[in-house]
Design a protein around this ligand. Sequence first.
Ligand code: C2E
Ligand code: MG
Ligand code: MG
Length: 767
Amino acid sequence: VTSAPAPAAAARHLPSGATAAALSGVTGIPLAVLSGSAAAWYALLASTAAAFVATLAGAYAARRAEGRTRAGWVLLALGSAGWGVGNVYWAGKELAVHAQVLFPSGSDLAFLLFPVCGAAGLWLLAGNAARLGTRLTSLLDGLIFTGSLLAVAWVATLGTIYHRAGDSTWSFVVSLAYPVSDLALGTMVFLLATRTRRGSRRVVGLLILSLLSMTLSDTLFAVGRADGSYTSGQLSDAGWIIGFSALAFAGWFRTHTRIQLEEEVVHGRWQVLLPYVPFGATLAIGVLLLVQGRSLDVVPVVVVLVVFAFVMIRQMVTLLHNSALVEQMEYQAFHDPLTGLATRAVFTDRLEHALALREQGGHDVVAIYLDLNDFTVLNDTLGHEAGDALLKGVAERLRACFRPSDTIARVGGDEFGVLVEGSAKPETEAQRILEGLRRPFALRGGETTPSVSIGVSATRNLPNGTTLTPRSLMKQVDLALAAAKATGTNDYAVFEPIMSHTFDEEMALRRELAQALEAGELTVVHQPIHDLQTRRIVGVEALARWSDGTLGEVPPATFIPVAERAHLIAPIGEFVLDQACLEFVRWNGAGDKYLSVNVSTLQLLEPTFEEMVTTTAARHGLPPRQLVLEVTETALAEESDIAPVLSGLRERGFRVAIDDFGTGYASLRYLQHFPADVIKIDRSYVMDIEHDEEAARLLGALLQMLSTLDLTCIAEGVESEGQATRLAALGCRYTQGFLFSRPTRLHQLDPDAVAPRPVPAARAPSP
Ligand code: C2E
Ligand code: MG
Ligand code: MG
C-alpha cells in the first residue's frame, strides 16, 4: 500500500494498540451501570458521537492516503457518517418526540450504509496491492465464508426468528441484513488480517475489534427487534460505541503508519484450501442434522448451493491466476525483463545447439560479445533510468542489425551476445554492429553515443576438423573482447589462437607471482644516481626483482603489469618500499643521499597510500626529504586523480619524480602546474646523443626548458662515457645508468665511492 511515510516523531507519541483497544472498551462501561432513560440517552448520544468521530478519523486517513487506499477510507468514513445520521434520526424520534421508531424505517437504510460501505472499503484496503485476480479471490473468500456462516446461523437461530415473525418478511429481511452484512464485513477484516505484515497489525487489530463488537450489537439488535424485545440503552448497544471508538482510533493510527500488505505470490496450499474449511464445516453440520432426522429449510439449502458455486469459481480463478504466474515465470526465465532479449541461459543453449548442428555438417557459427565501455560512469552520472534507456536502445539497434533468426541476448549487466548461424565473416558482423550504434541515443540530459568493445569468434576460422564446446567458444569471444578493450574504444577484435596462449600464460604468472610474494621470493636491487660533476652517488633507485625457480629471472617490465592486472601491485609496492627503506637506512642511515622508489598509478589511487608511505618511512627512521617517489609520465596523462595525492605527499615532505619522461604525452605546459620535483629523462633521448647531432640538440632544448621550470633533471640509461660527457656539456648534472653501475644489492655498493673520470681528460664540463 502506498502512502506518504508518516513522520517518525508523530508515530512515536501514539498510544499502543492495546491502550487504544482498552480506551474503546471503556466507552461501553456506562451502559453496564446505567439503566432506564439515562442508559438510552447515553447509548444514543455516545454512539452518535463515536460514529461522527470515526467519520472524521476516516476522512483524515483518506486525505493522507492515495489511490485505492484512499477510496477504502472514504467508504469507511461514508459508512460511519450514514450510521451516525441514522442514529440522529432514531435519537430524535425516541428522545425528543418520544415516539416508537417503526421497523423497518429510513434509519435502517442509513444504518445499513455502514456494513455495505465498510465491507467495500475494507475490500479495497485488503486488495490494494494485488491484481484483480487476487481481489476477486478475496471477495469470493469473503462470500463463501459469509454464506457458510449464514447457512449455519439459519439452522441455529435465524430460521426460528423467521418462522416466528413469519407475517412481516420485509422486517425480517431488514433485521437479517444487519448480521449478514456485518459477517461480510468481519470476513473482510479477517482477510485483511491474514494478509497484513507485522507492523500494521495495530490498525488491523482495532478494525477487527471494531467490527466484532458491531456485529455482536447488530445481531442482538436484529434478534431483539424481530421479537419486539429491543429497547434503546440495553447493554448490547455498547458494541456500537466501542466499535466506532475503535474505528476512530484505527483511522487516526492509519494516518501515521502504513498498512503493509504481503506481496502477491503463487497461492500457497493453505490459501487454496481456505474456502473449503467453512464450506466443509457447513456441509458436515447439514449432514449431521439429516442423520439426526431433522428436515432442512429451503433457505440454507439454497445458500449452500450458491456457496458451492462460489467455491467453484474461486478455485477456477486461483488456477487461472497460478497458471498465468507460471507462464510469466517461464517468460522471465528466457527473456531479460528490461530489454526483452534472450537471457544468458538461452544464449548458451542456442550456441550448444548451433555447434551440435555444425558437427553434423550444418552452418558455421559466429559468436559476438559486445560491452558498453563507460556504462558505469553513465549510470552514475545520468542515473539508472538513463542507463536502462540506453540498454533498451542498444537492444533495439542490435535487433535491427540482425535477422530475426539470429539470437541476441543480454548476457550481463552491460554485455550483449549475438549468435549468427551462417558463413558470415566475423569482421563484417562486428562492423555492422559498430555501424548500427554510430547514431547517438537521445537520453535524459542530451544525446549519447556510447563507446563499445566487441569480441568476435567464428568457427569458420578454425582449422578443419576441430570441434568446439560452447564453453571454449565463449572463452574465445571473451578473450577477443578483452583484446578489443585493451586496444581502445569503439573497436572490435576477432579471436586469434595467440590470445589464448597469452591468457593461459598470464593466469600462470598471476598465480606464481602471488605465491612469490607470499613466500618472500621478491627482492630489491638498487641502482645509484650520480652527480656528473663530483662523480659521487647522490641517491639510489630501488628496483624490484623476481627470480622464479622454473621461470627464471622475470623482468619487472613483465611482472609489474601482471601485478597491476591481478590487483597485486599494492602489496608488492608496499613490500618494495619497506624492503628498500630497510636496506637504505642500514646502508646510509645518517647520509645525505636519497632513496628513489617506483610507484604504480594504481597504488596512488589507493586511499591509504599517503599514510602507508608516511608510516613506512617513519618506521625506518627515514626523513621524508630523503625519499623520492617515481611516477611514470604516462600515468600523469591518464589519471587526473593522482595530482592531489602527489601534492599531499609533497606537503608531507616527500619528493616526487616523473619517470621515463618524454615517452608519454604530458605536455610541457602541463608540467608547469604538476606537483613534481625531479624529472627523469627517458633513455630514448640519451641513447643517440653521442653520434647524432639532431638528438643532442633536442635533448639540449628539453633540458633548457625544464631548468626554467626549476625541476631537477636526471638522465636515464647512460651507458657510455661519451654520453656522460655530452650530457654534462648540455647542462645535465645527474645521471643513472650502466656506465656507473648496474642495479646491484645495496650492501655491495660503496656510498662514498668516486667514479673514475674518463682517462683522456676531455674538455672539462662547464659547471
Ligand atoms: P625505471 O623506473 O625507468 O627503471 C630504470 C630501468 O632501466 C631499470 O630496469 C634499469 O635496470 C634499467 N636501466 C638502468 N640503467 C640502464 C642503462 O644504462 N641501459 C639500459 N638499457 N637500461 C638501464 P628494470 O629494473 O628492468 O625496471 C624496469 C621498469 O620496471 C622500471 O623502469 C620501473 O618502471 C618498473 N619497476 C621496477 N621496479 C618497480 C617497482 O618496485 N614498482 C613499480 N611500480 N615499478 C617498478
Ligand atoms: Mg624508475
Ligand atoms: Mg625510468
